[in-house]
Structures are given as C-alpha cells and as structure tokens.
Design a binder for this molecule. Sequence first.
Ligand code: UGA
Length: 439
Amino acid sequence: MKNLAVAGTGYVGLVTGVCMAENGHNVTCVDIDEQKVQTMREGISPIYESGLEELMQKNIEAGRLHFTTDYQAAYKNAETVFIGVGTPEREDGSADLSFIATVARQVAESIEQDCLVVVKSTVPVGTNDKVEQFIRDFLIKDVRVEVASNPEFLAQGSAVKDTLEADRIVIGTESEWAEKVLTEVYTPFNLPIVSVNRRSAEMIKYAANDFLALKISYMNDIANLCELVGADIQDVAKGMSYDERIGSKFLNAGIGYGGSCFPKDTKALEYIAKQNGYELKTVKAAIDINNEQKLALYNKASKRLITFNGLKIAVLGLTFKPGTDDLREAPSLENIPLLLKDGADIYAFDPVGDKNFAKVYPEGKQENGSITYVTSPEQALQDANVCFIFTEWGEIKAVTPTQYKDLMRTPLVYDGRNLHNIMEMDMNGVEYHSIGRQL
Ligand code: UGA
C-alpha cells in the first residue's frame, strides 16, 4: 500500500484515484473547487460514469479515499503524485498545458520526501522532460523528484472497467527507481505492463488514439463510397472484422467521432508534426473526413427537403456517444445550430445529455426556430416531419419501424448511427436514410 495523491478530479483524475484506492492504496484526490470536493466526500460523483459512485462510496467508507482542496497537505507525504488535469485544445490545435504547470509548481513547493510525479494527462512528446525540470527548479526541499509518463486509455462510459481491466499499463520512465516505484503502484492491478522511455510513452497515447480516429474516418470514407457504388458498409465491416489483423472494433461508420479525445488528439499530433517540419498526412485525412462526416446527414436532408423552416424535427441523442452526459465535439452541436438557423422546431431526446445541452441552447425560441426537450423518443417523434438520430442510446435503438410510421407526421428518418434494418424500415413505410447503406 502506498500513499498517493491525485491532482484533478475530472474523468482521468477521479477514475484513477478511485481505482487506485480500490487496489488498496491510500489516495487523496485534490481539486480547487471546494464545493465539488465536498460533494465527492459524500460519495457523489461529479461525472456520470457507470459504477464509479459505488466504488467511491466503498473506498471512502474503507478510509482509503479522501478528497481535499489542501494540495500542500495532500502532496507533502505522497510517495507518488498523479497528475490528471485537462490539456484543452488551443485555437491553433496545440495543447494548453497551463493546468499541468500549475500543479507541477504546487507539487514542487509542497513535497517533503522523495516523490515520483506521474503524468496521466495526454501531453505533447517531450512535455514530461520539461515538467521534471520545472519541478526541480521550484523545489523547496532537498528531495529526489522524477517525472514518469503513464498515459490513460480509459473511454468515457466504461472508464472504471477500462482502468481496472485495462489491456495494458504503459509506463514511461528515465530511471530504474522511477520504473520500480510505478511498477509497484500497479502490481495489485495484475495487468500487463509495457515499460518504455518517457517520450515513447507520450507518443503511444497519441498514436493509439489517432489510429482509432483514423480507423473510424477510414470506415466513414469507405461508407460514403459504398453509397455511391451500391455496397453496404455494415456488411463490408463484418467481412473485414474476421481478419484478426483488422479486428472487429471501431469499424462502425456513422456521423463522425466526437468527445474530448479524438478531435483534440488528432489536431495536437498534427500540430506536433508541423512544429517538427513534418506533415502527418494520414492524421490530417482523418480530421478532414471527420469534419465533413458530421454534416453528412444534414447535407443529405437539405438536398431532399426544400427547407427546414417550420418543420417539426425529432432529434434522438445529443451526447457524443452513449453512456455519458458529455457533449464535447458531439455531432448534435454541429447540426442543431444549422437546423435552428433554418427555422426548425426541434424536439430533442437524450436520456442524460439534455440538461447539458439546455445550458447551451435553453428551451424555447432559438435563432429562427425553437428547441424543446422531451423525456422519451416517442414524445420527440410525435407528429414530427423529420427525425435525426445522433447517438446510439439503448432507448433509441429500441424504437421500432412501426413507431416511426405511426408517430411521425411524415416518416422520414436520417440515422447517423445505422441503428435500424433498412428492409424493415422500408416495409413499414418509413423513408430511411443512413450512412453507407441503401435498399
Ligand atoms: C477515447 C479512446 O477510446 C480511449 O482509449 C482514450 O483513453 C480516450 O479517448 C482518451 O484519450 O481519454 P472516448 O473519447 O471516451 O475514448 O470514446 P470512444 O468510445 O473511443 O468514442 C469516441 C468517438 O468515436 C465517439 O464519438 C464514437 O461515437 C465514435 N466511434 C467509435 C465511431 O464513430 N465508430 C466506432 O466504431 C467507434
């Protein structure tokens, strides 16, 4: 058992802290927001993530998990400090490292014993060298401090499982001491450990995320071609998936990838390449395809209809994927403003994302149209002229062709997630448009 501190209680920080406690470590999570800290002390998670609250409560009760705003107290005696703060995207695509710098300085000014600082946040290659130097510059005690890179591979919606049952733990260190300390922290997890140097660890994170983004964009590219040549992307994906070299995951064509990671990390790696005088053509292609893909359905529908003005539009799904209330880079955020500008009256359903969406687009008149939030797909579909599907929530998958036909004024459905059977929709009199498929 080790004394650990975790800086930042967003997705990465909080899940790391909770899973470390679950594996027997004594963990203190640090955040600057007093109110958020108070809520977490009561075992309430600030993020919607399956299974997280249960583990929080269990480990708080066991006395292994603590929350504080007092960073000095938390870092003072920590053998390892994990940094899990955000690295948001700047306008030029580069990563904003100011949160990391703040924590690094706080760590330097607090630690009173040898300490391994572990950066879990996704940072440009070479950043951890700088963080280490930065901490050493501001150290107030004569102690040993080193920085290790330990990128996070969890996905929102399955974050706890992804952490406790990760495919691998990547640790990037520059000394035997750092490698030993971090290996010991992860020993109770009983997972494969890939031990590399710091820069390779930083690169693994970007290369892995961008490969997945590329895989999705590739499938979207092929899907668009499938539509032109009369092939079916789902059959194509199925046929590809049996090849173990390709695998069955991340072959779903759709309305483009969103979230806080792929859009940011593709742009960041492209930027890193550019800074080094290199053009990363594959990743650039993934970005371009994704930008176009987000509006694929809107463009299709625009061609089919003269105008959206005065039409009742059912929107099913607002979040960038199911299992989260996160809207970052969600296709809904690209499409809904255009529909509102065109004068559409939108009836939106999302089981958890509606509250966040309403913060950006409050219910009522918006632009030339309006938006209303409803609590079931059926309510959204009632008397609608058009339906757009943006997220594959279970409740939305469960809507039947008959329901579209019976509830909608004109059963015209644009499905960005390929949820329904084309034949069934057609046989039930629904005009159904999806991605990379046709009758
Ligand atoms: C992603 C990675 O999957 C994690 O491994 C990584 O740790 C994380 O980023 C991160 O860097 O923090 P996440 O963004 O939470 O996780 O979600 P994903 O499940 O990867 O989905 C991302 C987007 O891709 C979603 O919009 C999803 O709809 C889309 N997607 C996914 C597709 O369009 N098609 C697919 O086949 C799979």
